[in-house]
Ligand binder design. Structure first.
Ligand SMILES: Nc1ncnc2c1ncn2[C@@H]1O[C@H](COP(=O)(O)OP(=O)(O)OP(=O)(O)O)[C@@H](O)[C@H]1O
Ligand SMILES: [Mg+2]
Length: 246
């Protein structure tokens, strides 16, 4: 593993009186594939949203390559260009074609020329198997195809870290595999990834580290070989056995 990319120090988040994240400390190193698992409501999405600055933490700090990411719009925009996010609900622009979706941010944020933005979009659409669909609108695509376009769009920014919040949870079961396969391929490219998922087999097979979140805490943080076969925390054990039973 390489240098630290993101470092999270003592991060807490409350909504009113409800403490959703409690003193999270986390180091993310280059090339790590971190899967975050845990029960509904344990704070997984809130943590990702704080990491992506979509949500402001109540206390604590986030550092990118050693420098604190402050709540200054320009710094947040620069940071977001390097730390991309893929959502459960795709968040594609429905009035734009696949190609336009993939060129928008590279043109507007990175100021690439039309040719550069086009070449990059095509390269990443090929990578996810969506190049034949460049002129389609999102509502002509299946959920799995939409999610693959969303991943290509995120890759077009050449992010250093890509965050995924349950990228397969909104998909029909027969489409889950195609998206997980794209993510498995990405995991071999050296891209740093943080993935919130309920796909335990994927977490076990693909992650370099699995984090179990419980009631706002990082309850366990271990290589998947340990976390899945010999969980130390009784709460992890309970969660996994409930999962296997279900
Ligand atoms: N904007 C908000 N305002 C108030 N409460 C919120 C808000 N966002 C999240 N919460 C609460 O914070 C807690 C954690 O939510 P979060 O979405 O992070 O959980 P999660 O682990 O992602 O769950 P799931 O597996 O269902 O996606 C929940 O109790 C939720 O109701
Ligand atoms: Mg969630």
């Amino acid at each position: 593993m390489g240098a630290t990319v993101i470092s999270i120090k003592d991060l807490s988040k409350s909504f009113g009186k409800h403490e959703v994240l409690r003193k999270i400390d986390m180091e993310v190193k280059e090339g790590e594939i971190i899967c975050i698992v845990g029960s509904s409501g344990s704070g997984k999405s809130t943590l990702l949203r704080c990491i992506n600055k979509l949500e402001k933490q109540t206390s604590g700090n986030i550092f990118f390559r050693g420098k604190e990411v402050r709540d200054v719009q320009r710094e947040v925009n620069e940071y977001r260009a390097k730390v991309g996010m893929v959502f459960q609900s795709f968040n594609l622009f429905n009035n734009m074609t696949v190609l336009q979706n993939c060129m928008l941010c590279t043109r507007k944020v990175l100021h690439l020329s039309k040719e550069e933005a086009f070449d990059r979009a095509i390269a990443h659409l090929k990578e996810v198997g969506m190049a034949p669909f460049i002129n389609a609108k999102p509502d002509q695509l299946s959920g799995g195809q939409k999610q693959r376009v969303a991943i290509a769009r995120a890759l077009c920014m050449n992010p250093e870290v890509l965050l995924f919040d349950e990228p397969t949870s909104a998909l029909d079961p027969e489409m889950v595999g195609e998206v997980l396969n794209v993510m498995k391929d990405l995991a071999t490219t050296g891209l740093t990834m943080i993935i919130v998922t309920h796909e335990m087999a994927f977490a076990r097979d693909v992650s370099t580290r699995t984090i179990f979140m419980d009631r706002g805490y990082v309850a366990e943080d271990a290589p998947p070989s340990e976390l899945f076969s010999n969980p130390k925390n009784p709460r992890t054990r309970e969660f996994l056995s409930r999962y296997l039973a279900g």
